[in-house]
Design a protein around this ligand. Structure first.
Ligand code: 5GP
Length: 125
């Protein structure tokens, strides 16, 4: 069900459980600010999710309420994951769904990294 990004954080969401180690994941990268892991239902040859370790519902919540170190750490982690996977030269796409119109499904901020083939037009029409 699409997420209402204005709701308070729900610590029973699936990515909160992944962060607590209650649900397994295929980790790509981890540091103090971020965890990156493979999407369970990949939409491209490479489909990685990067999430902040802090409890933020959405990009809106994170950009409003996270501290400077968390924001810098998270943004650098997204770049590092894509760089270390070798996708700077061929290119990659970032996506952060926020709220119902975007069809956000999990109410913990996540940035999708899509890569590994020409990705086509930005939005299906
Ligand atoms: P959204 O639509 O919220 O932007 O994307 C949620 C993403 O989380 C989807 O691409 C979905 O496949 C992925 N996802 C949902 N549950 C799990 C899970 O338990 N593990 C992993 N690795 N990915 C998940």
């Amino acid at each position: 069900m699409p997420v209402d990004a204005t709701l308070p954080y729900d610590d029973q969401n699936i990515f909160a459980k992944i962060l607590r180690g209650e649900i397994p994941n295929k980790t790509v990268y981890e540091d103090d600010f971020a965890l990156a892991f493979h999407d369970i239902n990949p939409q491209a040859p490479t489909h990685i999710l990067v999430i902040p370790k802090g409890a933020y519902v959405s990009w809106d919540d994170f950009s409003s309420n996270a501290g400077e170190a968390e924001i810098a750490g998270f943004v650098r982690a997204v770049g590092k994951v894509a760089r270390e996977a070798g996708y700077v030269e061929p290119g990659y796409r970032l996506l952060a769904n926020t709220g119902p119109d975007s069809h956000q499904e999990v109410p913990h901020l996540h940035v999708h990294i899509f890569a590994g083939e020409p990705l086509g037009p930005m939005l299906a029409r």
